[in-house]
Design a protein around this ligand. Sequence first.
Ligand SMILES: NC(=O)c1ccc[n+]([C@@H]2O[C@H](COP(=O)([O-])OP(=O)(O)OC[C@H]3O[C@@H](n4cnc5c(N)ncnc54)[C@H](O)[C@@H]3O)[C@@H](O)[C@H]2O)c1
Length: 320
Amino acid sequence: MKKILVIGGGAMGSAFTIPCIENKNIVTITEPYNNIFIKNLSSKNKFHSALKVSLPKKLKFRKFSENLLKEKFDLIVIALSLPGIDFIGKKLKKFKIKTPILVLTKGLKYEKKNKKILTIPEQLKKNYNVSNISILKGPCLAKELAKKNQTNVIIANKSIKKAQQIGKMISTSYYLIEFSKDVIGIEVCSAIKNIYSMIIGAGQSLNASSNLFQKSVIEMKYLTKYFKGQEHTIMGLAGVGDLYVSAAGGRNSKMGSYLGKGYTFKIAKKRFMPYDTVEGEQLAKEIAPFIFKKVSKRKIPLMISLLKTIINNKRLKIKV
Ligand SMILES: NC(=O)c1ccc[n+]([C@@H]2O[C@H](COP(=O)([O-])OP(=O)(O)OC[C@H]3O[C@@H](n4cnc5c(N)ncnc54)[C@H](O)[C@@H]3O)[C@@H](O)[C@H]2O)c1
């Protein structure tokens, strides 16, 4: 029985507590940012408005505070979306937290000063001196995990032993875990699939989308190798696995379908998805300056088209 703190009471952080509790851990969740989630988690029946389920009675909710971070936990899980990484990095640095960290957040950061793309563990290490980081990624719709549907994910750490220790702590009969040493490849794949699922969504038929799927995998392979990830990671859960789930059932592919119909991003967002976070858009804005300057346009034509569409708010043009 271990003590786990989950930071982020959104859909993913909350769903993640379910296997953790089932695996007999003492689980505390905290939410630093969103008042609706705070209300959900502190209510008597713990009904989560995004997941549409009540969370386990044993789940403890604590108000977010710096003191909470100073308490003793065996694992701290970060389940905030990308803008929350700087927020939590600053807090962890201030208290020199040495507890093992598990990051669920997906995304990449562009470091303007050095003109470099950083993965989330690189960002936490470099900017906030946080070490002992593992990552958990792969195809997981939070709503399905909350219903205890079979979910297969992958934990990566350069030390497989550390990844396995965490896996043992959180896996159940329906939350099944693979392991990898390829932290960079898994970080890159799990971020860029948000952009490629928009591209696949833009195909207006299954036939057209299948063609875009195949060409997206080739570009993902190129980019993963470019950033020094391992080629085989593309064919794993964080690569094609996560691309499939996002293209079949996510907000990015829904936005992609409007782009494919000829709407500009801003009009589609305002008209059809005003309250949805489209992670592919956030990532496109983050990495576009780097991709436009540093990566061969010939090698990643789909990515370039999508970035231009978002950055210049122009209609999507895909030539395949
Ligand atoms: N690893 C996995 O298996 C997996 C699966 C699904 C989603 N995810 C990732 O988990 C992350 C969260 O996804 P979600 O579905 O829970 O999203 P969500 O919108 O339901 O929740 C977002 C969370 O981030 C916090 N947040 C947002 N902006 C913030 C800011 N500026 N500062 C601090 N906190 C902020 C919110 O308060 C909330 O806790 C995303 O990066 C998503 O890609 C991971």
